[in-house]
Design a protein around this ligand. Structure first.
Ligand code: SF4
Length: 462
């Protein structure tokens, strides 16, 4: 029998949690984030109020998503852009391929986009013989390594400077002791030409602005700007939840995203693109397409409570504070979106049966909810996912029996006391040892129950 996703998740988690090198790299990178975040956060006059406002806007959008998406389409189309509605990954890939055929395109420059990761666009284009190059430095590094993103904001977070220097040394013969700046310059030198020669530029978008029919892209390296400027065709692949009502809302969402994503007050480059190049403009593509991607998002929208998972602006903050993510890292999830938000949305995007185990990958400490800039009640949503899995009959029959037995016993002190310590230890050793893992000692039950010990203590006092 093939290994289930849940078993693989447990196995990989227990291996990586004890990989001390991995832990050192992650701790170091997350520490840097924490320092920047604390500083960035202090610049808000009233952060809690900003979060409340962002939550309200996203709530309004999700309750009226159909209306806002059509408004976006109308306004974007009026400016010469073309909108493609894609129900799923396959439809998105096929529609994108039609654009390639129409333009006889053979090369692509890409900027960072999780939606294209979701539809595995690079892998698809490779099967078609298309040369697709990632231009975001982190994405470029993991593309060279053949890795998937480790973190949806910082895709190469699992690599140290030494790892990257070694990679560049092997691929491009740079010195092993090259500094971060030298490596960046090398990547820049390698990528510059690609912007000029690529037939098509592909990006994601951080926001879709309904009122103006625009996409807004936020980045630190300037590569998205070049990707959307040089090639004759620009395709943006964007999840339908990225919509916001008006351009004025960026005033709130840009600083929230920058602060929670990287600790910056504002990300370095923020571009608003409203259709292809106009007659009086000097740069920009001749054609611009926006692929509006559903790919399971409407399953989540159909859930009255969990639909707040669609408010997410992908800042990555909940990953950075999550004790589970900090220990097991991003690749263990085997999903495009990792960490607490990934655990919340992936069962709805990729299948409850295959990914319900992620809803249990949480200590429910609530730190994710506390930091979320759009106030998503993540830990409550994870509990609701667990309930859904049970309601859909996806929990194993043994689990149901165990919980029934456990509930009966713990509800009555008489039952709890009935089983002595030896019996309880026997049950632990024989039924829970595997789940407990071999890296920590099983808890020992005392021989005498609490009631017995209490009574004896009282008696001795008298
Ligand atoms: S759920 Fe909240 S904290 Fe997590 S990535 Fe999304 S917006 Fe950021």
């Amino acid at each position: 029998m093939s290994q289930s996703n849940a078993d693989k998740f447990l196995e990989d988690s227990s291996t990586i949690s004890f990989d001390l090198r991995h832990r050192d790299i992650i701790t170091n990178n997350i520490d840097k984030y924490n320092t920047a975040f604390e500083k960035g956060k202090s610049k808000f006059h009233d952060l809690e109020n900003a979060k409340k406002k962002a939550n309200l806007i996203k709530w309004k959008v999700m309750e009226n998503l159909d209306r806002y998406l059509v408004e976006f389409e109308t306004n974007f189309t009026a400016q010469g852009g073309k909108v493609i509605w894609a129900n799923d990954a396959e439809e998105a890939r096929q529609e994108i391929w039609k654009i390639f055929e129409k333009h006889n395109a053979s090369s692509v420059i890409k900027s960072k986009s999780m939606a294209t990761e979701e539809i595995e666009l690079n892998q698809f284009l490779e099967t078609k013989g298309i040369d697709s190059v990632e231009s975001d430095l982190g994405e470029y590094i993991i593309q060279l390594l053949g890795h998937k993103p480790y973190h949806f904001v910082t895709p190469a977070m699992h690599l140290s400077l030494e790892d990257i220097a070694k990679l560049f040394h092997e691929k491009f013969d740079t010195p092993l002791e090259a500094t971060a700046e030298e490596l960046t310059m090398k990547a820049r030198e390698l990528l510059r030409d690609k912007y000029n020669t690529a037939d098509i530029g592909i990006t994601g978008a951080n926001f879709l602005v309904a009122e103006s029919g625009s996409i807004a892209i936020t980045e630190n390296e300037g590569n998205a700007r070049l990707t959307t400027t040089f090639p004759k065709v620009h395709i943006a692949v964007v999840g339908i939840e990225k919509i916001i009502p008006s351009i004025g809302d960026l005033d709130l969402f840009w600083p929230l995203l920058a602060t929670h994503g990287t600790g910056q007050n504002l990300t370095v480059y923020n571009s608003i693109l409203s259709g292809p190049r106009k007659a009086n403009e000097t740069d920009g593509p001749e054609e611009m397409y926006v692929v509006l991607l559903d790919n399971g998002r409407t399953n989540l929208l159909a859930k009255k409570e969990q639909r707040q998972g669609l408010y997410c602006i992908r800042c990555g903050s909940c990953l950075n504070v999550c004790p589970i993510y900090q220990n097991i890292g991003g690749h263990t999830y085997e999903t495009t979106y990792q960490g607490p938000i990934g655990s919340l949305i992936s069962p709805h995007l990729n299948g409850m049966k295959e990914f319900k185990h992620l809803s249990n990958a949480s200590t429910l400490c609530g730190k994710c909810t506390e930091v979320c800039p759009v106030n998503i009640d993540i830990q409550k949503m994870l509990l609701l996912n667990r309930k859904d899995a049970v309601d859909e009959g996806l929990a194993p029959a043994s689990e149901e029996k165990i919980w029934k037995g456990y509930t009966t016993v713990v509800k009555k002190r008489r039952w709890l006391d009935f089983f002595g310590g030896r019996f309880k230890n026997f049950i632990m050793r024989n039924f829970f040892k595997k789940a407990w893992g071999d890296k920590r000692e099983l808890p020992e039950f005392a021989d005498k129950s609490f009631t017995k010990q209490w009574k004896e203590q009282q008696k001795n006092k008298d």
